[in-house]
Design a binder for this molecule. Structure first.
Ligand code: HEM
Length: 401
């Protein structure tokens, strides 16, 4: 997928150069036009790198969320059906209906109730690492933390949660530019496994309800036309993926950013009350979700560009967050930055449902880690980013102390 329209921007979105540092590419594209039409890519459409343009598109529901699979999907039937029923890919009336139901379980107040459990889990994980004096931030810290929490909220027994890592990583790739036919086929297989798992769990909860999200959603499903069984299953799967993937990246990208900015690291250690603005800045600086997409439901104008009905729009949140026309010193990490209106959780009706939870998890994980292990060092010669365009995700981040 090489961009040739303008020689100075010739780059492959899946090259190591782009994966290591996409920001120079975003800057070059934005300087040509913040809404830039590319016909030569594997995914032709409008590439949006400007902040105001990204916000305007996310706010305008005539730009609809769409099922991200290719049209010929016979081989990926289960994957397609499940995505079709996910809140994230619903529009208008159906979106409002499902969001109204699931949103009740994700209010900031409800999420605050998990703060003590999150702190306890963070402390337990650090205790386990202290004996070894090393840990991988991705696999030994961020992943177990986020996975335990989402499992607890949903009502997945703790002992059964390990299998979800592979399943959710496999499904994430099915919505990324880098996917291949093989990825889609295995995504379909993971979907079959997830469906079987949740069908069994839902059956159990139907006969013996618990104080968890699955039991709450079942109640809605049983009240007639509120939530179909397919939507209930799709919601469980969406929450498992969303709860696992992005927050892990927020925490590990934040630790990397601190290690690369020693003066910011010292400032945060000496002023722990800065953790809230610091987490917002980590979100802005290295957005865990780099890109989301829409399709125009009619001809629409954005900053002089005419986007025709049916055309795709790729909104680079990571680029909008570094737009110098919106952020002073856009490429500088500043843990005191305030206000910080980044778009890392999206904007408008699809604004991330898990934002409060992700914020609490990251605030607690990072602040407790740097209090208890103030002098860690990253033990890696070369960073390895997962081969994804839409997500900024490290394969591992080992630290020693
Ligand atoms: C740092 C962590 C996270 C980031 C950066 C993030 C990012 C996003 C973004 C950008 C969107 C909007 C996508 C779009 O408009 O196309 C979104 C939607 C969503 N997120 Fe998150 N997310 C995070 C954590 C979570 C967590 C922990 C959960 C749940 C437990 C979650 C659940 C959802 C759901 C259900 C939606 C769909 C909302 C809708 O369509 O109405 N997210 N997220």
């Amino acid at each position: 997928m090489v961009m040739q329209s303008n020689q100075s921007m010739s780059i492959s979105l899946t090259s190591n150069e782009f994966l290591e540092d996409p920001y120079p590419f975003y800057d070059r594209m934005r300087s040509v036009h913040p809404v830039y039409q590319v016909k030569s890519f594997k995914y032709p459409g409008w590439y949006v790198t400007g902040y105001e343009e990204a916000k305007e598109i996310l706010l305008d529901t005539r730009f609809q969320n769409r099922i991200p699979l290719p049209f010929a999907t016979k081989k990926y039937g289960h994957l397609k059906d499940i995505q079709n029923n996910m809140l994230l890919f619903k529009n208008q009336v159906d979106h409002r209906r499902i969001r109204g139901i699931v949103g009740k379980a994700f209010t900031p107040k409800k999420m605050e109730e998990y703060r003590p459990f999150i702190v306890e889990t963070v402390n337990d994980l650090i205790l386990q690492a202290e004996a070894k004096r090393e840990m991988d931030i991705v696999s030994d810290f961020a992943f177990p933390l986020t996975s335990l929490i989402i499992a607890k909220i949903l009502g997945v027994p703790a002992a059964e949660r390990y299998q979800f890592r592979e399943w959710s990583a496999g499904l994430l790739q099915t919505i990324d530019f880098t996917r291949t036919r093989r990825v889609l086929e295995s995504g379909n297989e993971w979907t079959v496994k997830l469906l079987a798992y949740f069908k069994r769990l839902i059956k159990e909860r139907k006969s013996l309800p618990q104080n968890d999200l699955i039991s709450l959603l079942i109640k809605e499903e049983q009240q007639g036309d509120k939530l179909t069984e397919e939507e209930l299953l799709a919601t469980c799967i969406l929450l498992v993926i969303a709860g696992h993937e992005t927050t892990v990246n927020l925490i590990s990208n934040a630790i990397l950013a601190l290690e690369n900015h020693p003066e910011q690291f010292i400032m945060l250690k000496e002023n722990p009350e800065l953790i809230e603005t610091a987490v917002e800045e980590f979100l802005r600086y290295e957005s865990p979700t780099q890109m989301t997409a829409r399709i125009a439901s009619e001809d629409l104008q954005i900053n002089g560009a005419t986007i025709k009905k049916g055309e795709h729009v790729y909104i680079f949140l990571g680029a909008a967050n570094r737009d110098p026309s919106r952020f002073d010193r856009a490429h500088v990490l500043d843990v005191t930055r305030n206000p910080n209106p980044h778009l890392s959780f999206g904007y408008g009706v699809h604004f991330c449902l898990g934002a409060s939870l992700a914020r609490i998890e990251a605030q607690m994980a990072i602040s407790v880690l740097i209090q208890r292990i103030p002098d860690f060092k990253i033990a890696l010669d070369e960073l390895q980013w997962r081969k994804l365009v839409g997500f900024r995700s490290l394969k591992k981040l080992p630290i020693i102390f």
